[in-house]
Every structure is written in C-alpha cells, then in structure tokens.
Design a protein around this ligand. Structure first.
Ligand code: SAH
Length: 345
C-alpha cells in the first residue's frame, strides 16, 4: 500500500510540496481539492506534480463501492480501503443537519456479544487519513453547493476509537482544523466501551468533543456477560472518568444503553441506573437492540422500551429512546460489512 495523503495536515502538505521542489501555493491548491473529497488525479495542479505525488500516495484511499438508501433517508456506505479491506459508514439526516457515523478500525477486538463489528476480531487500525477520508467523500456527495454536506460526526462505526488512540486524536484535530473541512468539535461525539485510562487522556487533549460511553448494564457482574471489557474496568471507574471529563471540558456526557430482552431492562435495572446516574451531568440514550443474525440476543419490544424510558424519567434522569434509523438496511454496527464478507465467500 502506498502512503495516504489525507494523513497529512496542511503544514505537513506544505512540507511535502517543498520536498518536491514546488511552489508553496501548490499546497493550498492540493489542500482545497482534497478537502472537497477529490482524488489526487482529479485535482487541478501541474501534471508532472500530480504524477510525482501519485508515485508515493494512494489516489483513492477510501472508495465507496456500495450505497444503500433507507426509506427514512438514512444512507449506508460500504467503503473499500487501498489494501482491499472493507469498512462501513452511515449518514443520518436530521432537521439540524446530517450526521455521519464513521469507523475507526477494520473490525474490533472488544468482543461485545451484541455487536456485529467484532465477530471476526480486529484486522487493523485505520490511519487518521482513512477516518478523515470517509468524511470527505460522503461530504462531497451531499454538499450540493452548500458549505457542508456533513455537519455532525459520531465515532460509532466499527472499531473502538480509544483502542486506536493516536490516529483518532489526529483525525479529531484534522477534521476540526480551520485549514480543512472545519467541523465544530461540539458537533462530534466519540463513543467508547469504556477504556478508562484513555478517557483520562482524552480529557487532556483540549478538544471539546462529546463523550459517549456504551454502558448497557447496571452492575459489573451483568456487564461482563455481554461486554468483556468489564473484566478490566468497573462501572464505578467509568463514572469517575466521566466526571473528570466533565470537569476538564465542561461537556455533559452520554450513556448508550441498548435494551436487550430478559437481560438489562427490568424495573430493577431502571432503579439501579437511576441510583448510579441521578444528579450527574449526563444523558441516557436508550436504543432497542438491533438484532444481529449471528447473535442470540433479542430486542426489547417498543412498549417495554417506553416503559423503561418512563421509569428513568420519573427517577429524574434525562433520557431519550433513540429512533432506529436505517433498520431496513442493516443499520447496526458491522451488519452490512458482515453480510458483504459472507456474500463474497
Ligand atoms: N466501540 C465503541 C463505538 C462503536 S459501537 C463503543 O463501544 O461505544 C457504537 C454503539 O452501538 C455502541 O454504543 C455499541 O454498544 C452499540 N451497538 C453495537 N451493536 C449494537 C446492536 N446490535 N444494537 C444496538 N446497539 C449496538
């Protein structure tokens, strides 16, 4: 695999252009073209320079090879990376803008029992430029002459973002840079299964992004049944790390809680969740489990989900039940990639 030019920020691009012995303003031309989601081969720079760059760098490190559109407007993409690996992404359309869900690793090694992304383990980390390119190509598809086609980003595709810490932080810096696509950090949410040590590191980065933690259980004993990471970090340690994140950044934090029938959504669980979170500057995002065919777990039905939501609200928590967007197109993590890989076999 050649190098990935989207791994370079603007000053690194300037350095590259200087090394090629070209005038500085070529870096700006290149940067504008790349930020618009263009391929190197399509950017308006002298042909000789283009060829030099293409000798060293991938022309299209992230290529959309399939798009599925849901009846609710959600679009799901299958991307091929330069080494042939496949990842997926989603664009969800809301009144306030378009939210893109990006992947941070090929597969995942966290092993959560309800998640399709982790079925085959982790193949490799994505580079910062591979994460950024997902945004640039989807933004280009949806810009339609507006300043931006993607306004919000969630790091909730395949992979555990904090298990690829350096590249993810570089991506966050580049995607929020005024030299690039310049998406507001406040419009970006990073979701983690709770890698506590890295949550402390993230609080020190000076990036006011939203932190989301996938909780899904109310006790360590139950959490370890679906999330192996619970062997390493206790819920109490996660909560302390979240408070530290709030103190350092001033950002409220969010807990994801997928309602799994017979597993985590009895009245007892609602009361435990209230006891854990009451009075904390946080919000609970409930979602009915997206059922994954390779997994035995089933979703709580809608009535049950609303009852659970009602209990949390009565107990004083800020909570919402998330709409399941794109359920007809394999909306849950890793479902599309998993079915693509199976069909290919
Ligand atoms: N590794 C990160 C981010 C990727 S998963 C994390 O664990 O947070 C994004 C979110 O989708 C997480 O909250 C994850 O627990 C949840 N998720 C995974 N599979 C799901 C499923 N089948 N149904 C509902 N939510 C799911």
């Amino acid at each position: 695999m050649k190098k990935i030019i989207q791994d370079l920020n603007y000053s690194q691009l300037e350095k590259l252009i200087e090394e090629y012995g070209e005038k500085k303003f070529r870096a700006q031309q290149l940067n504008v073209g790349l930020t618009r989601g263009g391929k190197i081969s399509g950017i308006n720079i002298p042909a000789a320079l283009r060829e030099k760059i293409l000798r060293d760098y991938e022309d299209e490190p992230v290529k959309i090879i399939d798009t599925l559109a849901s009846s609710d407007g959600t679009e799901k993409y299958l991307f091929r990376l330069a080494d042939g690996n496949i990842i997926e992404g989603v664009l969800m359309k809301y009144k306030y803008g378009n939210t893109q869900c990006v992947s941070t690793q090929v597969g995942c090694r966290m092993g959560c029992k309800f998640c399709a992304s982790t079925l085959g383990g982790r193949a490799r980390d994505l580079s910062s430029g591979e994460i950024l390119s997902q945004v640039l190509v989807v933004n280009a598809l949806h810009a339609n002459g507006r300043e931006r086609g993607v306004t919000n980003i969630v790091l909730m595709g395949s992979g555990e973002p904090l298990d690829n810490y350096q590249n993810v932080v570089k991506f966050l810096k580049d995607v929020t840079s005024p030299d690039g696509i310049n998406i507001s950090a406040r419009n970006i949410s990073l979701s983690t299964c709770g890698l506590v040590d890295k949550m402390y590191d993230l609080a020190e980065e000076g990036l006011p992004i939203n932190l989301t933690v996938s909780l899904h259980s109310t006790t360590d004993e139950e959490r370890v049944r679906t999330m192996p990471v619970a062997k390493k970090w206790k819920i109490s340690e996660i909560l302390t790390a979240c408070e530290n994140y709030f103190n350092k950044t001033g950002r409220r934090y969010i807990f994801e809680y997928a309602l799994i029938e017979g597993e985590n959504c009895d009245e007892k669980h609602a009361q435990q969740l209230i006891a854990l979170l009451k009075g904390k500057p946080c919000h609970v995002n409930l979602i009915r489990l997206n059922e994954v065919s390779e997994r035995e777990l089933s979703a709580a039905d809608e009535k049950h989900a609303y009852r659970f939501l009602g209990l949390l609200e009565k107990g004083g928590l800020s909570a919402t039940l998330r709409r399941r967007t794109g359920a007809d197109i394999g909306g849950a993590c890793g479902q599309l990639r998993a079915s693509y890989l199976i069909n290919k076999e």
